[in-house]
Design a protein around this ligand. Structure first.
Ligand code: CP3
Length: 361
């Protein structure tokens, strides 16, 4: 485990400050999927190698994590990896297919299939490559910005393990919630335990902030969310914080991002996550009213606004900052970037955040 003093001194920690609710000089900004195919230098690396091989090679993961920071004055780096490394570490095969995205050749079909999964206690030994990538990247960042680690939330991971690929309806995975509630909770518990181990390992390796992606919240609605998502999100936050403290490490801010989960904001505000991410369908003023003054909000420009011209983007960012305010706020898109976006338009987004959030502006 690297010691804190092996890492470079932070030159820019405004993302961490905003997460803790401290005052910042300008609003921090980053973008989900900021390391990805919209960058020609990423496509060049990707053309040489398989997606998961890239994730598994710390020098490559580090290289592509830093690419967007070399281009834009971003206030955070997010480690290049994927949420689906957890099902892999539990023994499932996941392939990344061109034009199709992630595919599980043998998804979970029946509750009996749970017996095939490995133990959550063993995931860290299988994911050492992520920890190595984090340690290397934290050093190579040279304090330019904090390094974010991440995982999928249990329901989102469960949905992939059962559907075996993306799905418009999630009917197979939701079918489990109604047909096999006990087996569903058993699976969610396995994923939760694995995720806690994994996220604690990420902090030990040098992650300075953690984001938990509940990308499929929209399929649940308030009732299923309370049963099958919220308790596990709570357990992850509480246990990660407890175990980080027990290891003698500094508390780290945690972000929860419930994509499509506008109905869940009040419940999530009762948990210990410092930051709640919102997508573009949520009005910032309403989100603030619901979560109260003691949470940081993150978001929420419609990623497709990056298809507009730079003048439009500049103005949209100005309005976004007026709505969120400068305090307890981290600027981001409302979901990830797409491969056909113009990098210069992300530059317009990032620059506008800093321009319009300067004090006295
Ligand atoms: O820059 C970053 O944000 C860090 C890297 C990152 C990736 N995936 C790289 C990636 C992160 C944080 C993720 C998280 C992730 N992965 C999520 C949660 C965020 C969200 O989008 O809601 C989900 C649901 C996944 C699963 C996943 N991985 C899908 C559905 C896909 C296919 C969609 C696509 O964009 O093609 C991936 C592939 C993936 N993950 C790519 C990248 C750069 C593209 C794959 C490629 O290069 O072929």
């Amino acid at each position: 485990m690297p010691q804190e003093n092996e890492f470079p001194v932070m030159k820019n920690d405004r993302l961490l400050k905003a997460a803790w609710g401290q005052e910042v000089d300008v609003v921090p900004v980053w973008a989900m999927r900021q390391a990805g195919r919209y960058l020609p230098e990423f496509r060049e690396e990707r053309a040489k190698c398989d997606f998961f091989t890239m994730c598994q090679t710390p020098a490559l993961s580090c290289k592509v994590t830093l690419q967007p920071l070399d281009r834009f004055p971003l206030d955070a780096a997010i480690i290049f990896s994927d949420i689906l490394v957890i099902p892999q570490a539990l023994g499932m095969v996941v392939e990344m297919r061109a034009g199709e995205g992630p595919v599980f050749p043998a998804p979970l079909r029946e509750p009996e299939d749970l017996a095939k999964l490995g133990s959550p206690a063993d995931v860290c030994s299988k994911l050492q490559y992520v920890f190595d990538a984090l340690t290397l990247t934290r050093k190579e960042l040279k304090g330019r910005a904090p390094l974010i680690g991440f995982s999928g939330a249990p329901w989102t991971i469960m949905a992939y393990m059962i559907e075996g690929k993306g799905s418009k309806t999630m009917s197979l995975a939701k079918g489990w919630l109604y047909k096999y509630p006990e087996a569903s909770h058993k699976l969610l518990k396995i994923i939760t335990d694995a995720t806690v181990n994994y996220l604690v390992g990420q902090v030990k390796a040098g992650a300075q902030c953690l984001q938990v992606f509940e990308s499929h919240a929209e399929h649940l609605g308030p009732e299923l969310f309370r049963k099958f998502s919220l308790p596990y999100l709570e357990q992850i936050c509480n246990e990660v914080k407890e175990r980080v403290a027990k290891a003698g490490l500094k508390d780290i801010p945690m972000i929860v991002f419930p994509k499509g989960g506008h109905f869940a904001l009040k419940d999530l505000a009762a948990l210990k996550y410092e930051v709640i991410g919102i997508d573009w369908t949520v009005d910032p003023a309403l989100a603030r009213e619901i979560v109260g003054p003691n949470k940081t909000l993150q978001g929420n420009l419609d990623p497709c606004a990056l298809y507009a011209d730079k003048k439009f983007i500049d103005n949209a960012v100005k309005e976004m900052i007026e709505k969120f305010g400068r305090n307890r706020y981290i600027a981001n898109l409302g979901h990830g970037m797409y491969p056909d976006m113009d990098p210069e338009h992300l530059a317009a987004f990032v620059n506008a955040v800093h321009k319009y959030s300067k004090k006295g502006n």
